[in-house]
Write a protein that binds this ligand. Structure first.
Ligand code: PHE
Length: 493
């Protein structure tokens, strides 16, 4: 049994009654600790009776304490006035001079002598008493006997004192009062049952209000939560996931295979991170490489190409992939190498890298959500149809499309969606039908069309979680508590 519990019971045995605040002062313990001890005694049964009471008490505010220590503002103002008087502006430099001056004026302690230029503040009485300070000191000691109600009102108005409610308990002996506490049993054991000793034992009550122990578990970062939602939607729609575990790609698959000319500005070091070691790739499917070279430089498959001198050195350069469409190109090439073409739906969600100027919404690495469908005779209508279904599952029903340009798609469309929360149309992705100049050199049949689209993962995540700076989502400034707090992501609700 704790010493404090025992002391309280002993006090009660000698005095018959007690109040928890008085006990706190008597034992020199914090009131909260006395109340805690009381609760633990009560858990042992009716040793004592406790009646909850609340009392109003007057307390000094910070300003009241300051006055108790250093004197009232009006007295300080008065004391600062020399016998010959002082300019008011000079006097006002004192701390709390404004209130002090006005109180001293209405008390009739000081006056302004306007016959001088400039006018001077002068003392009107030789001596004063600092009643306010005296009162503050008394209140501090808990003695309010000599302070009138009017004065209390005034101090309250000046915010020198405040009324607080103090809750405490009045204690008396209970029907089972005793000086000692029996230890209560917490578990019913096998031995107690066998020996029949449980009948004599006293058990501790269940505490139905105690909180359960917090579960130790990990938390998914919002980006990963949104990613698993996207993945779920693709899987529901019958898509298979592409392998995206190669951040490093070469220019051939990232650009050339996608009919992106070698002079295209995106292929500049300003936009792309090139790798210095290993600087180049050497292994390419030779026949296919030849056909890509030809379609760029001379044309073919009904296209006139770009008509420039295509260089292998440019295609060999290694880089951090700038889009996951590089992976799509590899997958479509493999598809074309199969004996018989089979329609396919593919998706991926993974990291890409661009040499961007960093700002609140752009980082040099981000995630792309990419989808493609390869089938016979697909049209723009199919593309729009698939989007309507795909974005409906994301909770986006108002869609609009804007013609766009990509070297590898024709036609190309930017996808916009109306965001009711933000109250405006926002761009969510880019899409199109892959060009014959990309698909036919791979060896895909003439009548196979591939529709494809790409989105960023960060954008919908920021909107969903109400973040407006990407650095709150990614990077060293991420608040781990944010990850902990973020609710499960449900995109269509
Ligand atoms: N690769 C495009 C981008 O990075 C997205 C895209 C994918 C566009 C497929 C059309 C087709 O923005």
């Amino acid at each position: 049994m704790s010493q404090l519990n025992e002391n309280i019971l002993k006090y009660l045995a000698e005095n018959d009654k007690a109040n928890t605040i008085t006990l706190g002062k008597y034992f020199n313990e914090d009131h909260q600790k006395i109340v805690g001890a009381l609760k633990s005694i009560q858990a042992h049964g009716e040793l004592l009776l406790a009646e909850s009471i609340s009392d109003k008490k007057i307390e000094l505010t910070e300003e009241g304490k300051l006055i108790a220590e250093k004197g009232s503002h009006e007295v300080n103002v008065f004391a600062h006035i020399p016998d010959g008087g002082i300019e008011q502006s000079e006097l006002m430099k004192l701390p709390n001079a404004k209130i002090g001056f006005s109180k001293a004026m209405s008390a009739g302690w000081v006056q302004v002598d306007k016959s001088c230029t400039p006018p001077l503040v002068k003392k009107k009485v030789p001596e004063i008493v600092d009643t306010v300070q005296e009162h503050m000191r008394k209140i501090m000691k808990g003695d309010i006997s000599n302070i009138t109600d009017k004065e209390k009102q005034e101090y309250k108005k000046r915010k020198l004192i405040q009324e607080v409610v103090v809750k405490s308990f009045n204690l008396t002996k209970g029907p089972k009062f005793s000086l000692t506490l029996n230890k209560l049993e917490t578990d019913l054991t096998n031995d107690m049952m066998l020996a029949n000793s449980w009948k004599e034992m006293r058990f501790k009550d269940y505490n139905f209000e105690s909180l359960g122990a917090p579960l130790e578990s990990g938390y998914l970062h919002p980006l990963l939560q949104v990613r698993s939602e996207f993945r779920q939607i693709f899987l529901e729609m019958g898509f298979s996931e592409m392998p995206t575990n190669n951040y490093i790609e070469n220019s051939f698959w990232n650009f050339d295979a996608l009919f992106q000319p070698q002079q295209h500005p995106a292929r500049d070091a300003h936009d792309t991170f090139f790798i210095s070691n290993p600087k180049i790739s050497n292994s390419f499917p030779t026949d296919y490489l030849e056909r890509v070279k030809n379609v760029h430089s001379k044309g073919g498959y009904g296209s006139q190409g770009y008509g420039y001198d295509w260089k292998i050195e440019e295609a060999q350069k290694n880089l951090l992939r700038t889009h996951t469409t590089a992976v799509s190109a590899r997958m479509l090439y493999e598809l074309a190498q199969q004996e018989k073409f089979k329609p396919i739906k593919l998706f991926s969600i993974d990291k890409v890298f661009r040499n961007e100027t960093l700002d609140a919404t752009h980082l040099a690495e981000f995630h792309q959500v990419e989808g493609l469908i390869a089938d016979f005779n697909l049209t723009l209508g199919d593309l729009i149809g698939v989007f309507t279904e795909f974005f409906k599952k994301l909770g986006m029903v108002q869609l609009e499309f804007k013609p766009a340009y990509n070297p590898y798609t024709e036609p190309s469309m930017e996808i916009f969606c109306f965001h009711p929360g933000l109250g405006k149309w926002i761009e969510i992705g880019n899409s199109g039908v892959f060009r014959p100049e990309m698909l036919l050199p791979m060896g895909l049949p003439d009548d196979v069309c591939v529709i494809a689209w790409g989105l960023s993962l960060e954008r919908p995540t920021m909107i969903k979680y109400g973040l407006n700076n990407i650095r709150d989502l990614v990077g060293p400034k991420v608040d781990l508590e944010m990850v902990h707090r973020s609710p499960i992501c449900r995109l269509n609700t």
